[in-house]
Design a protein around this ligand. Structure first.
Ligand SMILES: Cc1ncc(COP(=O)(O)O)c(C=O)c1O
Length: 417
């Protein structure tokens, strides 16, 4: 058997909060002007109290509301798949499993938190959410989620993607989202995630009926994604495995890695690996410091690995990994040595993605290609040492709306940044 399913009634009913068990206490976010720790009142113009409470929660489990589960059940639990054909092609004794998050409506892991965020905002009578999106994965997820709870959704999309990649914009509009290119006040600027966050925060902060929504980085976003790893634990048991030897995921702001890895945090001996692009190597080359989440310096200062809030990464295809910072929780765990980090240039990730497509059949998103690359290298290392390693990775999204990137790779136009 190569596919392991959980019954619909086995969907996890609580999220896992690892903040109380971090090796070092998490430093608080600081107010951008006063540099004092931010309190709930500082965050209230942007977020509902339900999410602010999760941001500072200290209990290890937090119940998932029934209304959120009802929407997640449209595609969850997602299958765990053993990549036997890839194993065979590599000639490795490793057993490779992937959690298929590409089956969500938006095609990635992002709706897991988008649905929860839309629910908590709607529950507090917010009428409208604003957000940013790079290549469009997060924007599509939030547009879909807002539709489920009758919220308006305005998405500031990095202009380079808005101009070059119309299909995700069309998805957002199909789900009722309003999409505008960012930066709004500089029509010739190609844009960046940091600038688009500034646009979305400014919009929400200046309207009483609106809140802001972030697709990664913050504690509550990582919390919502733990449903991935919680399901995967159960499914590995169905596959006859105990714990994996290594858990791998691509890391942009950190929620994808957190989702699959944090439910294994307490398991000694399970290696947790973040994979990032060499051209935006936040964890492997950045510094640990307080920094802003956006370019204009409007968000609270977060304790994180950062390349500097004015860093503009080169336009690699993995748009979701082009972020200057990383989640405080992930940064804390990298700093303490519990999470390892590795970086690859994009050419090597496309090579791996194409090997995956030709063995397992599925075409990974460019972000997901980073995890596939690291997985293949782990499996080859196991072959070299003759070890039966169990590898789990998060198949965070499909690449069916990223085919122009594959076209560039296949026809020698990819810049190997
Ligand atoms: C398909 C896919 N995988 C991984 C990531 C990285 O996710 P995170 O920012 O949560 O680390 C993204 C981000 O957009 C993505 O779209």
């Amino acid at each position: 058997m190569t596919r392991f399913y959980l019954d619909a009634d086995k969907i996890p009913t609580a999220w896992r909060n690892v903040v109380p068990e971090l090796p070092e206490p998490l430093q608080p976010p600081l107010h951008p002007a006063t540099k004092e720790p931010v309190g709930p009142d500082d965050l209230a113009p942007l977020f509902p109290m339900g999410l602010i409470a999760q941001e500072v929660a200290s209990e290890p489990w937090i119940d998932i509301p029934g209304e959120v589960l009802d929407v997640l059940r449209l595609w969850r639990p997602t299958p765990l798949v053993r990549a036997e054909r890839l194993e065979r092609a590599l000639g490795t004794p490793a057993r490779i499993y992937y959690k298929d998050e590409s089956l969500s409506p938006a095609g990635s892991h992002k709706p897991n938190t988008a649905v929860a965020q839309a629910y908590y905002n709607a529950a507090e009578n917010v009428r409208r959410l604003t957000t940013e999106t790079g290549a469009g994965q997060w924007g599509t997820a939030l547009a879909f989620a807002c539709r489920q709870f009758d919220l308006e959704c305005k998405i500031y999309m990095v202009r380079a993607s808005y101009d070059q990649k119309p299909y995700r914009r069309i998805l957002m509009e199909t789900w009722g989202g309003e999409v505008v290119p960012s930066p709004v006040d500089q029509p010739d600027h190609p844009g960046s995630l940091g600038l688009a966050i500034s646009d979305a925060v400014r919009d929400a902060a200046t309207r009483d009926d609106s809140h802001y929504s972030l697709g990664s980085v913050l504690n509550h976003v990582l919390l919502h994604q733990t449903i991935i790893g919680l399901e995967a634990r159960e499914q590995l048991a169905l596959a006859g495995e105990t714990t994996p030897d290594v858990v791998i995921a691509s890391c942009g702001g950190g929620s994808n890695l957190a989702g699959i890895a944090l439910p294994f945090l307490a398991d000694d001996g399970v290696r947790l690996v973040a994979v990032e692009p060499s051209s935006c190597a936040t964890l492997t080359e950045g510094r640990f410091d307080y920094d802003f989440g956006d370019t204009a310096g409007m968000t609270p200062l977060l304790p994180m690995f950062t390349l500097g809030h004015d860093f503009v990464p080169p336009p690699i295809h993995a748009g979701g990994l082009r972020y200057h910072g990383d989640a405080p929780i992930i940064s804390n765990l990298v700093k303490s040595g519990r999470i390892e980090a590795i970086a690859y240039p994009q050419g090597k990730t496309f090579e791996a993605a194409i090997q995956f497509a030709n063995t397992e059949g599925k075409i990974p998103a460019p972000e997901t290609g980073h995890a596939v690359r690291a997985t293949i290298d782990e499996a080859l290392a196991a072959k070299e040492s003759g070890e039966e390693r169990v590898i789990l990775f998060n198949y965070s999204g499909h690449g069916l709306l990223d085919l122009s990137a594959y076209d560039d790779y296949l026809h020698g136009r990819l810049v190997d940044a």
